[in-house]
Design a binder for this molecule. Sequence first.
Ligand SMILES: Nc1nc2c(ncn2[C@@H]2O[C@H](COP(=O)(O)OP(=O)(O)OP(=O)(O)O)[C@@H](O)[C@H]2O)c(=O)[nH]1
Ligand SMILES: [Mg+2]
Length: 345
Amino acid sequence: MPGNPFQDVPDVPDPEEFIDIVHRRVERAAENQRKAFRGTRAGDLTRARTIELVRINTACQMVQDRLWEIVRRTPNLDELHPFYRELVDVVAGVDRMKEALASIHKVAKLARLIREEYGEKVKRARDPREAAEIRRQALGRLYSAIRRKAGDAMRFLRDVVPELKEFPSVDPELFTVVIAGCPNVGKTTLMSAITGSRPRIASYPFTTKGIQVGYTEDPYPLQVLDTPGLLDRDPDTMNEIERKALAALEHVADAVLYLIDPTETCGYPLEHQLSLLERLENTFRDTPSLVVLTKADVEDLWKEPDLDGREAVAVSAKTGEGIKELKERLNDMARGYYRRAGRPG
Ligand SMILES: Nc1nc2c(ncn2[C@@H]2O[C@H](COP(=O)(O)OP(=O)(O)OP(=O)(O)O)[C@@H](O)[C@H]2O)c(=O)[nH]1
Ligand SMILES: [Mg+2]
């Protein structure tokens, strides 16, 4: 199952540390070449040319490989699903990220050019001193390209890539149910009751508790997202980042369950819960939804709220009441979704 498209992006090194690593490898390669010459009859010039060539090749190849690998294994930002694209924009900025990758790609290509150009030159060096001078120029250009052309980009990616790798792993092609509601209404408990699976917890911009992704397949694949601290606030008071993180969620939601706790044991009066419901309905205007009344087993406190004609299912995660019916409703929605998507489901 496809998940977070950034999970295979390699870690990006700090430019100065990278140069150190490259340089140490260069010296080791030169040393090995020197040893290989021991006991042979190779003349001074041949030795010098070969050793300097090994240095140039080792440095350039390593820079080219490592930088190219970063570019190659980062997904194409223009082809990302809007869910992930929006999240990238929150955490890194899509344009900034593209610029950084372009800079790194440029230096990878430059490393190849330096290798070709100076490799030819060093083969024709007239004496050992000239060979060393050519190698110094080659490595000087290479290291300065890393510092000046890729340095900022590398430092930037070094910071953001770990964050991108922590994005929730969701498959945007699956029928996705988002669970929304005030704190303590029973979101996480319901999610476990629906999916029966141990949800994976992933970080998500601006929620302190992260987001949980659960999955079930009976019979239609259902992906369920639990969203603590994300959908219990007023979208009008959100800042730019929060709005984008919310927009990302809208891109992936195929159905929303609005949870209401009619016992009010969650600590929020019904009136407050209903006004959140209205605000959320505005946000997820085009997404099919269903109201779920939780904690139906708490009979002495449970009272039927006025839902203004909205459809609702009463459930108890404790006794299992209503869960089967809720799952049937979700499966109906999923069936329609997969049929429209032209997938067997
Ligand atoms: N009696 C009863 N208690 C429930 C039921 N569902 C959840 N609870 C209780 O309600 C409390 C909150 O449940 P959670 O599932 O953690 O609620 P939540 O919405 O995920 O809360 P946050 O993650 O903090 O937003 C817990 O003490 C649960 O045991 C239910 O069906 N019946
Ligand atoms: Mg929870």
